[in-house]
Every structure is written in C-alpha cells, then in structure tokens.
Design a protein around this ligand. Structure first.
Ligand code: GLN
Ligand code: ZN
Length: 767
C-alpha cells in the first residue's frame, strides 16, 4: 500500500505565482524573479509532500500558465503565427501563446481557451495545422525532474497523454483529423520517455481524462496502440495511467487490457467502478490500482470509515502492495491550506480539508489500512467525530427548508399560463416598442466603485455613506439609460462584487474563506463560496436597490438575480445530499426574491444562468437526468409570479445546439445570449429549433474594448430579423458591462439604441 497524488495546486499559498506573473507582464519584475517564484513554489510543494510522508510525489504538475500549453511547447506544437518570437525568447513565446502579444512589429492573438472537462479551470486549446509536425521542444519536464532530484525528491513526472492532448485540440484548417497526427506525435513522446528513463525515472503519470468521455472505436484504438507501443519500447517503465472526473464507462474493457503498471480510478465520481473492475474477466490482478478516494474537486473532509471499506474490498482481491491511495484527480482544483483560515466558524472549519489536509488524509488512510495500524487509530476516531458532528450539526439542518422541498409540487415549476398567453398580457402591461432594447445587468465597475466597497468593508465608510454613494451611482445610470433611450432599464449592479458571492453572502447556508483560491486560468483565481448547509433566505436581497432604481423612472426596470444552477455550479457544494436537492433549495430562495421583487413593483426580472451548460455531465448518457433537474430548478425559481411579470434569463459562453430543447423548456419569457463574436452563428440552434419564446441575440462583444459601429450592429440585427419572428427580437449586448469603461459603454449603447430605432423605421416604411 502506497500513497500518491496526481498533482498539487501551483498558484502558491497566498497566490504568489499570480502576483509574480502579473508583475512580470507589467514589466515590474524580470524573468529571473519570476522563475525564482516558480522554483520556490515547486520546492515548497515537493518538500511538503515529502515531509508529510507521501510515497510518490509528482513533478511537472507545476505550470506558469497551464499544463496543456506546457504540453504544446513540450511537443513543439507552436502555431505558425508565433514562429518569429520563438527564436529569441522562450517566456515571451510562452506568454504570447497564452495571452497574445502586441509590441513593436509583433501583433499576435492568443490561443483559444476553454474549460477543462467539467471544471472551472480553463486550458489553452492546442492548434493543429495541415502537415503538423512535432519535436521535443521545451525541456520543462526534464528540468523539473532534475530540480526535484537535486532537492532529494525522486518524482513521478506527469504529462498530458498524447490521445487526450490531440482530442482536446482543434484542427485550424480542413483536410485532416487531429487523431491522425498520433503517428507524428507518438515518436516525440517516446523520445521524451527515453530521456526521462535515462535519468532514472521509474514512474511516469500519463493523464488521459479523455477516457471519461464517450470515445468512438478509433479513439479507443488510439489509446490501446499508444500504450502498447510505449510498453513495447520501454518494458521496464511503470506507466501510471490516470483517468478522472468520471468512470471509464465503456472504455473500461480497453483500459483493463492496457499494459500499464497502474490504473487510476476516480472513486468519488464513480464509486461503483471498483466492483465492475474486480469482477471483470479482463482484470489482471497484477495491474496496480490507484484508488482515488479523496475528493480533489471539493473541500470536505473524507469519510474514513467509508473509504476504508472500499480499500478493504479492493484488498480482498488485490495484494496490498498493488494498491495506491490517492485523490480522485489533481488537487489543482482545491484551495491550498485550511490552516491559513482564521475567520471561518470553528464548527464548520473542522469539517473541511483543503489540499494540504487532503495530503494528510491520503497518508492517514494508507496507514490505517496497514495491518499494524494501532498507532493511527486516533486519526480514525478524529475523522469519525468530525463527520458525526457535521451530520448532526444545527448549522446545517433547517427543518422548514426540508419541508418546503418535500412539499414541492409540479405546479411550483409552472407559470400560470403558457407563453403565448403571457406574451399578450406582458405586451399590454409593459407597452414596449418593436425590437425593445435592454442591457444584461451590470454597468462599469470603476476603480471608484470598487474602492467604496473596499473602504466599506474595512470600516472606513459607514453603511449610510456607502449606501449614499451607491444610490447616486444608480441614479446617474438611470438618467443615462433614459437619455440614450433604452427601453428596459437596469440598476447597474454597483453594489455587487461577484454575481454568486453577492447572493452567497446574503443567503443562509454559505460561508466564505479568506484564502480559498483556486486557479481558473493563467493568473486568474476564483474563491468559490462554501455551501455547507440548507439554503434559505431571511430577508429580501435585492429589493432595496431594484425598487429604488424603479422609483426613479417610468420605464420598466429589470430586477437582477443569479439563478440556482449558476450559484450551485460556482460554489463548493455539500456532499451529504444530491446536488439536485441543494439546487432546489437555492431555487426556492431565489423564488422568494422574485416574488418580493414583483410585490415591490418590478415588472421585469432577470434570472441569470450563464453556468447551466457547463454543469453538463461528461458522458452523454447522464445529460438527460442533469438537464431535467437543472431546468426544473430554474423553473421553480421563476414560476412564483403572475403572467404579466416578464421573466428574462441570460446565458453566455455557450454552445446551444445540443441542449436547445432544455433551454426552451426553461420557459423564460425572454432569453438574452452571447452571439456577436460568432456573428450570430450561435443563434442557429435557436432558429433551427424554432425557439418559441422571445430572444435577445447579443450585438456587442463586451469582451473587447472595441465599440461596435452602427452599421455592424444593424447588420447583425438584420441577420437576426431574417431568421426570427420580429415580435420576438430584443436588442442588447452579449453580456454585462462591468469590465468595460464608461466612454466605451456609452458609445456602444448609443449605437445599439440607434440601430434598433433604424430597424423600427424600416419596419414602418415597409408597411
Ligand atoms: N447580470 C450579470 C452582469 O451583467 C450577468 C453576468 C454573466 O452573465 N456572467 O454582469
Ligand atoms: Zn453573460
């Protein structure tokens, strides 16, 4: 029995890497200082794991930006547009690929970025060109191995496996399939393995999380032939094959027959697969199993009792020597160290484990499953007690909430009338023109606005002073919106830090850490709220500012809420009940808010659900179940109002094609979506499906400082008008404007209003 992990967080205990990278990009520190910070973090990580007693420690799990980008550089997969940077400066090339580069005569865009499986971590998407070749280019993996060795730590180098690497990438031109590049790529991997084994490397961890997806025959065969070839060439190499985030599913038979030393199982996401394996006729008992028992995606203490039962089951068929204890996936997705937290309620803190504590759990489980475990039994008792107090805690359980969930009826997720009936009533109640204009909610979060919040938090601004500043900002934004002639106004979200945090702070059932950061992409980190207990709402959360804003105008003002699925998706959620139930609890709290907003005179209410698509399970066979409860939770939140009240929802960064039926099922009266960057391409799904309700395809790419011209907006709208019924079309930006500045925002919104006016004119001329 041995212990290992797949990877450790690398942003630094107190986000040192983030700070160093950002300082380097701003020209405030030089390359040596940046590399020094990296070296420090690696050293700390390795020595910590060594000190705690982990048997096999990973290397090359560090990255200055992203491990997939590192892999691109490792195998020399560098798009042509970066070629002239390549010659003079490695770090410049590296960050140019990650972030784009504009200097002197160089002007190159960044590579695309997308979500790493179902996490909130974003990787750089490899780009493949026709005639793509590979070479062993960046020696980072070698350097990190020797770096650790010099510190006395013999590591297991980690790399993204060749099949996953290819599948995660994109062909930049037609005429080939990326998987066909395997025959070009594999020799480079073999060369890398050769160099590593020359240095005495015993284990290499190949991450192939594509095994958690539905693979076709060709993809499965690619896995098979890759590891057969590696094994043939390096029969002594111990291949540690890691799949995570879901079951092996129908790839299991292939996986079990691979000539690998160790097969890693994510037993958190897929607890039953151990039984399948132990019973499979393909299972070779000399294959080692790595039991991913500790949750690498969440912050709760493990349940030792349950884990030890699983270990016992495994060891009934497999010699202890052939078992590893590990975390389900890399600990990259958990915060660093719970010991840094001084402000969490102590009762709740004792239920938690961040990355460092998870290392201890792995080692404790290993020790507890050894035959001579007496010296460790106290750890078992401690863990049992912590879990017991959590289970029974008054902080978690709220009988009212549980009863409301139990008493939910089908009618709670249905509006009183169908869309057509509601549409007529809303037209009457709101009296909007054709092509109504609106925005998505937030207005620029200027330095000033953020400084008020900070000062207020530090006690330098009293509640009254802070409120007065926010009120003035809202007032100015209402005047601005009226002046330029928008039809449905918003209050601007000046009082909000983040769209989930704001609600988490007001709802019961959430706590916030001080240092619970996890990497989202590059130097960007997020600090997800910790949803620990039954969720409920004590009092209105947004009514004050929304109704204040409404009182300043005769135009309809849109109340602004974050939806239940997005709050769930962007938090660390409890693991002691199904996500579906937690989501319904949030939905009920949001429903109460929606009803209160209506009561206070708001006729339009938006419930944002930008994260609904990213909650999709990795395997298609699990989609229907998820979509079912996610859509229902949204509907619960939206269905407490009368027909006249118009419910909007908003989504961004989404491909809609494969989930369009579910989006229609959400039955929002209006949906606003991001479409401008794709020139309305993302609208196709709605058009092909004949989306029944109203829709606002974004006409302004808010990710760019560029102000769209009147002509551009008109062209986009004409595209939309050609494919959608005109009575269904809204005119709005792609998303909220909080990252933009006021001058851009003003010009862009003026153009939007003008474009809508011009379109209306065109319409009356036609009549
Ligand atoms: N209402 C939010 C805003 O405007 C929506 C943000 C989002 O979709 N991510 O900022
Ligand atoms: Zn958005």
């Amino acid at each position: 029995m041995k212990s290992t992990i797949l990877g450790y967080p690398r942003i630094g205990n107190k986000r040192e890497l983030k700070k160093a990278c950002e300082a380097f990009w701003a020209g405030k520190i030089d390359e040596t200082a940046l590399l020094q910070t990296g070296a420090e973090i690696k050293k700390q990580n390795w020595l910590l794991q060594e000190e705690l007693g982990l048997d096999l420690i990973p290397s090359n799990d560090f990255s200055f930006y992203d491990q997939v980008l590192d892999t691109c550089l490792m195998v020399g997969c560098i798009p042509t547009r970066y070629k002239n940077i390549a010659e003079n400066n490695f770090l410049e090339l590296y960050f140019a690929m990650a972030r784009g580069l504009q200097k002197e005569d160089i002007d190159v865009t960044a590579m695309e970025m997308t979500k790493w499986f179902d996490t909130n971590y974003h990787y750089i998407v490899p780009e493949f060109e026709k005639g793509q070749t590979f070479e062993f280019f960046s020696k980072k993996i070698i350097n990190e191995y020797t770096e650790a060795l010099e510190l006395g730590v013999k590591t297991k180098p980690v790399l993204v496996g060749p099949v996953t690497f290819l599948l995660l990438g994109k062909e930049k031109e037609a005429g080939f399939h990326r998987l066909d590049l395997l025959s070009e790529l594999l020799p480079v991997y073999l060369e890398i393995i050769q160099e590593l084994t020359n240095l005495g490397v015993e284990y290499i961890q190949f991450d192939e999380p594509c095994l958690a997806l539905n693979l076709n025959y060709k993809e499965q065969q690619a896995i098979k032939s890759t590891y057969e070839q590696i094994n043939t060439k390096f029969p002594k190499l111990k291949i540690y094959l890691a799949n995570y985030f879901d079951c092996y599913g129908d790839n299991l038979e292939i996986a079990l027959q691979l000539p690998v030393d160790t097969l890693h199982l994510d037993l958190v996401r897929c607890p039953l697969q151990l039984d399948d394996i132990l019973e499979s006729k393909h299972f070779n008992p000399s294959t080692k199993l790595s039991l991913g028992l500790i949750n690498g995606r969440n912050v709760w203490k493990n349940n030792f009792e349950a884990s030890l039962k699983i270990i016992e089951k495994a060891s009934s068929k497999i010699p202890l020597d052939n078992l590893w204890i590990s975390a389900s996936c890399s600990l990259l997705h958990t915060p660093y160290d719970l010991d840094l937290e001084t402000n969490l309620p102590s009762e709740i803190k004792q239920w938690l484990a961040f990355a460092k504590q998870k290392l201890n759990e792995i080692i404790a489980l290993k020790n507890l499953s050894l035959p001579e475990n007496d010296a460790y039994l106290f750890l078992f008792e401690e863990n049992k007690l912590a879990n017991l107090t959590r289970k029974k805690s008054k902080l978690i359980h709220n009988q009212n909430v549980k009863e409301r969930i139990a008493n939910l009826e089908d009618s709670d997720s249905h509006r009183a009338s169908n869309f057509k009936v509601r549409q007529t009533k809303q037209k009457h109640a709101l009296n909007l023109p054709l092509y109504p204009t609106t925005t998505i909610g937030s207005f620029p979060q200027t330095k000033e606005v953020r400084s008020w919040r900070l000062k207020h938090k530090k006690g330098l601004l009293s509640q009254t002073e802070y409120d007065a500043l926010i009120a003035k900002e809202i007032e100015a934004s209402i005047h601005f919106q009226e002046d330029i002639g928008l039809d449905v106004l918003v209050h601007g979200e000046f009082e909000r830090n983040d769209m989930v945090e704001y609600f988490g702070e007001k709802l019961n059932g959430f706590v916030f850490s001080d240092f619970g950061w996890v990497q989202s992409y590059g130097s960007r980190c997020v600090k997800p709220p910790i949803l620990f207990g039954d969720v409920s709402r004590n009092k209105p959360m947004t009514v004050k500012w929304s109704s204040y804003a409404q009182s300043l105008t005769n135009k309809p003002l849109k109340g602004m809420l974050t939806g239940p699925v997005t709050i769930l998706q962007w938090s660390f959620v409890r693991d002691d009940q199904p996500r579906k139930i937690t989501c319904n609890q949030i939905a009920l709290a949001i429903r109460d808010e929606v009803v209160d907003l209506e009561k206070h005179g708001l006729k339009v209410i938006q419930i944002d659900e930008p994260a609904i698509r990213e909650g999709l399970p990795l395997r298609k066979e699990d989609w229907a179940n998820y979509l079912n409860w996610a859509v229902k939770a949204f509907r619960i939140s939206a269905s407490g109002v009368k027909d006249e009240t118009q419910i909007h929802t908003h989504m961004c960064y989404s491909e809609f094609n494969d989930i369009i039926a579910s989006i229609a099922d959400m039955d929002a009266d209006v949906i606003t979506i991001e479409t401008s960057r794709s020139e309305m391409e993302l609208l196709d799904a709605f058009v092909n499906f004949k989306y029944p309700n109203e829709i606002g395809p974004g006409v302004y790419d808010i990710h760019s400082p560029r102000v769209p011209t009147l002509d551009e907006i008109e062209q986009l709208l004409i595209k939309a008008k050609n494919v959608l019924p005109k009575e269904h079309i809204w005119v709005n930006p792609d998303c909220g404007l909080k990252t933009r500045n006021w001058p851009e925002t003003k010009k862009a919104l003026e153009n939007i209003v003008k474009a809508a006016n011009n379109l209306r004119k065109l319409e009356t001329e036609l009549v």
